[in-house]
Design a protein around this ligand. Sequence first.
Ligand code: MN
Length: 352
Amino acid sequence: MNQSESVRRKEAVGRLEAVVGAIRGCERFLVQTHNNPDPDSIACAMAIRHLVRLHTGKDAVIAFGGVLGRSENRAMVQHLQVPMVPGALIDYGAYDFTAVCDTQPGTNFTSFPDGFVPTVVIDHHPMRPETKRAKVAIVEPRYGATSSIVAEMLLAGGVAIPPDLATALYYAIRAETQDLARDSGEIDVEVYRALEQIADRRAVSLIEAGRVPREYFAEVRAAIDGARSYGDVLVADLGKVRFPDIVAEMADFLLRLEGARWSCVLGEYRSTLYVSLRTGDPDANAGDLIRQVISGMGSGGGHPSMAGGQVPLTGFLPEEKAAARRTFVEEMLRRVGAEGATAEPLIPESEA
Ligand SMILES: [Mn+2]
């Protein structure tokens, strides 16, 4: 082990001790994912729940906001038997320990009541001022996944990782970083390799092959039919969607187009406009870009190559909703230098 490795290991053990210290002496435990939870958020919540059980013998409730939409995520929860409770059913005042995973307070991206201060925050997005009020704040934007942060803590502290938890963390890092290809670093690779030894690879393949309903294909078609290229920027508005995660999924899908530098997908779900940005440009920063574009409209953030945001549309007339969508797209195109480019359908009429 070289010097920087041993420093890192000490830091990871320190984080573990801080979380365990916060757990000790508490009675009622709640772990919160972000809204419309993804594998990274779910796996991190499972890890905290595991630590709670290990140190107190008690069970922690895992709460989530929004919907568990994407088929892979539903398959993950089903195969790994993760008990998840809708945030609307939670009395947040009834817990003396709360942890939030893969997001931070003040993001509008959890089912926490306004101004709620969790005991522990674990996240890999840029630090937010509200997070400083938490007793334990572990915010490490250098990590490709929040699951890498917790997995490193468990591994460094010699905590045995049961196969279901290892599978969840492994799958989470895999999904979040597109198999270590996106926004990931040395530590992600290291913990991924370690988890690979314990994870149930068959369960991973079952999760990845999660079945989708017929409507899913209609949404894929809407993305393809609606996609317009503005030079090397691809934009698709899905209109109303069955669940919000499809917006991010289609942004990944469309970025596969040869020569595309950016993809941007919009979709409306329950009076909220969801937007996702992806880029393959190593000099660009999708997270910074979305924050600039969405400021004054809603909230958003993310990582160098992937980012997302929400714009509340409650009470908007149809034309006001259309104007919000247009403003977002125009401002985004302007900031990536594609203003004035003519819109071309992804598939020309003659081939459709
Ligand atoms: Mn994440």
